[in-house]
Design a protein around this ligand. Structure first.
Ligand code: FEO
Length: 669
């Protein structure tokens, strides 16, 4: 009996699930099965896109026959000749002798290699940019060599904006009746298997995937129909973001993969202690025993994590076999740009560290955090400091958790207030920028005026300083990366209000923005009222009391326009509306940056504007014509005055800084 689903009114999924396959390609375990996708278009001409694996040929042929409902099959488009998609091709074309086979020259060669049937007369050869009209639909062909074999191509249906993407954007796992990614909790339940699929199947071919992603970026895409896994019709940008990271060998998260190979448990013991030390320092660790977890899972997390620690015993004067297999696999998949640490063990001649280094030696962008740490049979008490040093070094490389930032000690040695004229600081010429980042699929951003280049070596280095109370500050610490969009003089005040005067804790600043553009790191940037954008990877963090200073490598940068950059001075002189407090206003302090009004006669020296986070220097003291006393409570954190004749309610929360009533004191104004 057939089992098909509509993708659109005239496009059908006619593939099948396989839950009995133990090893995909004979090597990758697929405990959740796999789907082989084929699609049937019923236009004036009928078109089948790809066939399926021989394991599911029976239901596939029923699906095609049912979908055609007696019509002839005019075209079979072949995107990929790997037998999980082409094994049933010969069977199919025998059954539909009128069908023309649309493919490229490399596919033609492979057809002759795989099949004895002479198909030459039935071929319609296409190349990059060629198109085929099937009636209402117009199909064009996009070559995608090495995603995943050299002959691979994709088809773009410009009528309904559908990309038939071959192996790209697929995932392991049977569909189980769900065809669309939005019928599942994809990022919660399927992302790990999607990552394992990508990294193991096409992880080696990052540059080729990037080339195809560039071509896809020029297309308007409403649907993506891959050969495995779910069809995308919404939120495809979130998945594309992952592909941009994976294919550029950019870590998905600032974390540690800790994989160990241990025969009698002593190496495992050292790995466990290191994992504990790392966790104590706030570092996220993903840990595997290479003798237990199949390599495909560990390879997948090696693409995910920024730092890799491999610990292995010496074996046959080399490295233990399961670690050797893993590192061969990682090297074969061309992983790049990772920080690595090695722990070797050996009872008489430890060599595993040297061999592990050799196995990774061909990979680009691999840097070692420290020298190999050597164990002789077992970790001794006096070697604990070595593990602690390694844990410290890794923790220092990763972005510290916000708690670590908060714990830093203020440094005010030699400071006397009278010696510093604060007006000096308005003599600096600051730019104004929108800082953006992304954590767990959510976008964050705020205004800063502190970005500047600090080193011209490659990669170039910049610093930004962000007010700790800004939510974006915490998010940059978590993400370990950010974008800077440099604002221009034509930026309207609304841009400053939008990013500067509200908090990402309360609102999604990106929900209704007219722009949805991202750099390769998946983080959004602001394409209008800006003249340049930079993507940065955090390499160091310093606590500077009210602010956090991030030092970062610039990994991507582009000029957007030649409009002059907006300086902080220009903003004050020409963009910020002038405030004219009404004469009947109560005595207050008005923020010259954002207009926030602090009501009260005295503004604390350490007051920070709850909206734009500027300090007392930016406030103007406004003395009213008359003072009226009003009873209430004042927030000791942000200075918010809450009028109240009696007691504040027990569950009262400050509307400005969100502290509870325990931080309020009775006051009059
Ligand atoms: Fe799903 Fe490369 O075949």
């Amino acid at each position: 009996m057939y089992c098909i689903r509509n993708v659109r009114e005239d496009l059908f999924w006619v593939g099948a699930d396989d839950r009995r396959l133990s090893c995909f390609e004979g090597v990758y375990g697929v405990p959740d099965g796999v789907s082989y996708n084929s699609y049937l278009l019923l236009d004036e001409k009928t078109v089948l896109f790809d066939t399926v694996d021989k394991a599911v040929y029976s239901v596939f042929l029923e699906n095609v026959a049912h979908g055609l409902a007696g019509r002839p099959l005019d075209y079979l488009v072949v995107h990929h000749m790997e037998p999980d998609h082409a094994a049933t091709l010969e069977l199919l074309v025998e059954r539909y002798p009128e069908a023309k086979i649309v493919c490229n020259a490399k596919i033609k060669t492979m057809l002759a290699q795989f099949f004895s049937m002479d198909l030459t007369e039935r071929l319609v050869l296409v190349k990059e940019g060629d198109s085929l009209s099937t009636g209402r639909h117009n199909l064009s062909f996009v070559m995608a060599p090495m995603v995943h074999w050299p002959e691979v191509m994709m088809t773009y249906d410009s009528t309904d904006r559908i990309l038939f993407s071959a192996d790209a954007f697929g995932t392991f796992g049977a569909l189980n009746g769900r065809l669309f990614a939005d019928e599942t909790d994809f990022f919660g339940e399927h992302l790990d298997e999607a990552r394992r699929y990508y990294t193991n199947i096409v992880g080696k071919y990052g540059p080729q995937v990037q080339a195809v992603l560039k071509k896809a970026a020029a297309l308007e895409i409403a649907y993506v129909c891959p050969l495995h896994g779910f069809v995308w019709r919404s939120h495809f940008g979130d998945y594309l973001e992952k592909y941009l990271l994976w294919s550029s060998y950019t870590p998905e998260e600032q974390s540690v993969l800790l994989a160990y190979a241990s025969v009698y448990g002593h190496t495992e013991n050292a790995a466990n202690i290191l994992a504990a030390l790392l966790n104590e320092r706030g570092v996220r660790v993903r840990m595997y025993d290479t003798s237990v977890t199949p390599a495909s899972y560990i390879v997948s997390d090696a693409f995910r994590c920024s730092h890799l620690v491999f610990a292995a015993t010496t074996y046959n004067a080399g490295v233990f076999v399961t670690m050797e297999d893993l590192l061969h696999d990682i090297a074969a998949h061309n992983l790049q740009n990772r920080k690595v640490a090695l722990i070797e063990n050996g009872s008489w001649a430890p060599t595993s560290g040297k061999v592990m280094r050799e196995l990774l030696s061909g990979l680009k962008g691999i840097t070692y955090i420290s020298d190999n740490l050597t164990l002789k049979s077992a970790l001794r008490e006096d070697q604990l400091p070595q593990l602690e040093t390694l844990a410290d070094a890794i923790a220092a490389e990763l972005c510290p958790a916000p708690a670590v930032v908060e714990a830093a000690v203020p440094a005010d040695g030699g400071f006397t207030p009278d010696a510093v004229d604060n007006k000096v600081f308005s003599k600096f010429s600051y730019g104004v920028e929108v800082l953006t980042t992304r954590v767990d699929g959510k976008d964050y951003g705020c205004i800063i005026n502190t970005a500047g280049q600090v080193a011209s070596c490659d990669p170039k280095k910049i610093t930004i300083s962000v007010i700790k109370k800004n939510h974006t500050c915490d998010m940059v610490a978590k993400a370990g990366r950010f974008n800077i969009s440099i604002l221009t003089e034509d930026a309207p005040y609304s841009v400053f209000q939008h990013f500067g005067f509200q908090s990402g804790r309360d609102v999604d600043k990106f929900a209704d923005l007219p722009w949805d553009v991202r750099m390769s790191n998946g983080i959004r940037y602001i394409p209008e009222y800006t003249n340049a954008v930079l993507s940065c990877e955090v390499i160091d963090v310093k606590d500077v009391e009210t602010q956090v200073l991030y030092i970062a490598n610039v990994v991507e940068a582009k000029v957007l326009s030649n409009a002059p950059s907006c300086t902080y001075g220009y903003y004050h002189a020409h963009i910020k509306p002038k405030k004219n407090p009404a004469p009947e206003q109560k005595e207050c302090w008005v923020c010259k940056v954002c207009g926030y009004v602090y009501e009260g006669a005295e503004l604390p020296d350490d007051f920070v504007c709850p909206l734009c986070k500027h300090g007392k220097d930016e406030f103007e003291h406004v003395v009213p014509v008359e003072k009226k006393k009003e009873k209430g409570y004042v927030c000791a954190i942000c200075g918010h005055f809450e009028p109240c004749e009696g007691e504040l309610p027990e569950d009262y929360v400050c509307p400005i800084c969100h502290h509870g009533r325990e931080d309020f004191e009775p006051a009059e104004r």
